[in-house]
Ligand binder design. Structure first.
Ligand SMILES: Nc1ncnc2c1ncn2[C@@H]1O[C@H](COP(=O)(O)OP(=O)(O)OP(=O)(O)O)[C@@H](O)[C@H]1O
Ligand SMILES: [Mg+2]
Length: 267
């Protein structure tokens, strides 16, 4: 490999039984870039993200992260995944552990860090995301936004080279979204490489280096946010954006919306 992409996806296909969800996806993320993936519900965004760390086994295609080909059958996946932080819509914190313990556990078990070091790194990252005061609380004592920031701290504590976010704010009450986005924005400013599935168009517009619009398991268009969100070239992109940016908008031309739109947008 001569290219030094942080992520390189080539001809990625994924089927669940008869259902082909990803139909040949190609894209790259460069070191330090933020790429936002947008698109209607059911278009395959989560599946794409899950294929990037091989939580889903692609049916076909190549996934290379940090120069390591994860789709190589000989790849040590556990080792490769250590370099990847993943933040989901639901926070998945351990309810019986304190915030501090939640951020320490994988450092201890997976990276083999000693207690003192794991605690130092945990406190440092909890500070970074603004929830240091909650170290000794249990997740149920925190707001959704605070829990999500703990989940981000937990991922950061593993020193990832790449952070994957799957709609990290869509389960949050509107007033809590801003704090989480602010943390993500700060991470981006720090130079973190990020692949973010989001419905937050203003975040994508302001933070993303590139926006990828997916529909029906393919990338319909991609480019800088001012192009994809500001001046979309494709009718499908325009129709999607008009619905997200103005949910009350009644579709007139875009009646060819994909049938899986019937699931309705989440969040
Ligand atoms: N494990 C699975 N088994 C079977 N079908 C699946 C599985 N995971 C996803 N799918 C199907 O794949 C399609 C794409 O799902 P995916 O979750 O990737 O969409 P998405 O773009 O993330 O949607 P949303 O915006 O609602 O999160 C859907 O039709 C979904 O039902
Ligand atoms: Mg999804």
């Amino acid at each position: 490999m001569t290219a030094t992409h942080a992520v390189e996806i080539r001809d990625l296909h994924k089927s669940f039984g008869e259902l082909e969800v990803l139909k040949g996806v190609d894209f790259t993320v460069d070191e330090g870039q933020v790429v936002c993936v947008i698109g209607p519900s059911g278009s395959g965004k989560s599946t794409l993200l899950r294929c990037v760390n091989l939580l889903e086994q692609p049916t076909r295609g190549t996934v290379i992260v940090g120069g390591v080909e994860l789709t190589d059958p000989d790849c040590d996946l556990d080792a490769a995944r250590r370099g990847l932080g993943m933040v989901f819509q639901s926070f998945n914190l351990f309810p019986h552990m304190t915030v501090l313990q939640n951020v320490m556990i994988a450092q201890r078990r997976v990276l083999g860090r000693g207690k003192a070091e794991a605690e130092r790194v945990a406190r440092e990252n909890l500070e970074k995301v603004g929830v240091a005061a909650k170290c000794d609380d249990y997740p149920s004592q925190l707001s959704g936004g605070q829990q999500q920031r703990v989940a981000i701290a937990r991922a950061l504590a593993m020193d990832p080279g790449l952070m994957l976010f799957d709609e990290p704010t869509s389960a949050l009450d509107p007033e809590l979204v801003g704090d989480v986005l602010a943390v993500m924005r700060a991470l981006a400013d720090d130079g973190m490489t990020m692949l973010v599935v989001t419905h937050e168009m203003s975040f994508a517009r302001e933070v993303a280096d590139r926006v990828v619009f997916m529909d029906g398991g393919v990338i319909v268009e991609e480019g800088p946010p001012e192009q994809v969100i500001g001046k979309p070239r494709h009718a499908r992109t325009r129709s999607f954006l008009s619905r997200v940016l103005d949910p009350g908008h009644v579709e007139r031309e875009g009646q060819a919306a994909p049938s899986d739109e019937a699931h309705g947008a989440t969040g």
